[in-house]
Write a protein that binds this ligand. Structure first.
Ligand SMILES: [Cu+2]
Length: 135
């Protein structure tokens, strides 16, 4: 393509970054610009402590999410605090990674975060937020 892509960057996801959903998702799928080493990467979903008046502003949600990501992404044994139950992608390397979510999500803003290891050997830390707001 003539364009140098830095690492395994976010390309797209389901739910989409910034999406507001009326029904709770049961999985999250992230597509990256290059394959990642699935087992050597970390993926987590957390509920974001964000008041409902912020749910319409992805700028405010991102600002609230950033310190949470820095705090919890390195944690181990945080399964009880996480909203996901882990990666279901079984391939060793994949451009697409899927996580299962715990059932019974409550309305709120959710942060999907990762530190991935691309097949080029570089790591990338990033996140996105989606909102579950049943009407
Ligand atoms: Cu790279």
């Amino acid at each position: 393509m003539g364009v140098v892509l830095a690492h395994a960057e976010y390309r797209s996801s389901i739910p989409t970054a910034g999406a507001t959903l009326k029904t709770a998702p049961s999985v999250v799928t992230i597509n990256f610009s290059q394959a990642v080493e699935v087992r050597l990467s970390t993926f987590k979903v957390y509920l974001l402590s964000a008041p409902p008046e912020t749910w319409g502003s992805s700028t405010r949600l991102k600002r609230l999410a950033r310190p949470l990501v820095q705090q919890v992404l390195p944690l181990r044994n945080d399964g009880s605090r996480r909203v996901d139950t882990g990666v279901t992608t079984t391939a060793r390397t994949s451009k697409t990674v899927t996580l299962s979510l715990k059932p019974g999500l409550k309305p709120g803003a959710y942060v999907v975060m990762w530190k991935n290891l691309g097949v080029d050997g570089h790591t990338e830390t990033d996140f996105f937020v989606f909102v579950y707001r049943p009407s």
